[in-house]
Design a protein around this ligand. Structure first.
Ligand code: NAP
Length: 244
């Protein structure tokens, strides 16, 4: 049975990805940082609903030892890692000159170094199995930049670069690496944005709505399926036409 590791699976986009993977018959390891109960409840729902094995593992992806442990737990339990979805992330809105060292380091640590840590840990298993798929969740702001989100945009642009370089390095080992750049998606991450701003973001989205976590999960399911076996190193915008 195939195994998927999804970071940031306690809520939002990561939770929807975990559901999609379980629905497709994968055993799922759900990574979280703080929301133990939520993540464990979701694992229970997946086991009962889809007859797969699933469990929640606490791991701060910005800490390489914790990322290593997350991947090793998956391998020890299931003997294989077929899919890694690097989804865990944080957001931040700050004037550029007011971003502190700590905020910069947190943002890069979680959103970029976290992808490096988990991918490095998983790649060794995938390369030796000569099979695997890594999917990184970047952002449309990593493609075009967002005002007052320089640290977020820089980290997400880094994820695109990491995806492209790693795809070239791992393709000969039959490991694919792709990246999804979501547009505005309704999750806790939007909590600090007022209704007026959300309305104007909807207006700016040609398709006329904001996205759902399932919109992203459906694209992840495609990118780790055999239907995408000739696709690697690509950056897929799932943004309702916001960035074209
Ligand atoms: P969310 O609802 O805020 O959930 C974030 C998830 O990441 C949670 O599961 C959280 O775990 C986990 N997390 C945060 N820091 C972590 C760390 N250091 N180590 C491990 N896990 C950590 O966010 P979301 O909207 O679903 O976003 C998911 C991904 O999509 C992020 O990479 C985000 O940048 C990207 N994205 C989102 C949007 C959007 O509009 N929502 C748009 C573009 C890109 P806990 O619950 O345990 O804290």
């Amino acid at each position: 049975m195939k195994t998927a590791v999804v970071t940031g699976a306690s809520r939002g986009i990561g939770a929807a990805i975990a559901v999609a993977m379980a629905k497709n018959g994968y055993n799922v390891i759900l990574g979280y940082k703080e929301n133990k109960e939520k993540c464990e409840n979701l694992a229970k729902v997946l086991i009962e609903g889809y007859g797969i094995a699933a469990f929640a593992v606490k791991a701060d992806v910005s800490v390489s030892k914790e990322a290593d442990a997350l991947i090793d737990v998956a391998y020890k339990n299931f003997g294989r890692i077929d899919v890694l979805v690097n989804n865990a992330g944080i957001a931040g809105f700050k004037l550029f000159t007011e971003i502190s060292d700590e905020e910069w380091n947190d943002m890069i640590g979680t959103n970029l170094t976290g992808v490096f840590n988990c991918s490095r840990a998983a790649a060794k298993y995938m390369v030796s199995a000569h099979s695997g798929s890594i999917i990184n969740i970047s952002s449309m702001w990593g493609q075009v930049g967002a005002s007052c989100e320089v640290h977020y945009s820089a980290a997400k642009a880094g994820v695109i670069g990491l995806t492209q370089a790693l795809a070239k390095e791992l393709a000969p080992s039959n490991v694919r690496v792709n990246c999804i750049c979501p547009g505005v998606i309704k999750t806790d991450m939007l909590q600090s944005i007022d209704d007026e701003t959300i309305d104007s973001l909807i207006e700016e989205t040609p398709i006329g709505r904001i996205g759902t976590p399932k919109d992203i999960a459906d694209s992840v399911a495609f990118l780790c399926s055999d239907a995408s076996s000739f696709i690697t190193g690509q950056v897929l915008g799932v943004n309702g036409g916001f960035v074209i």
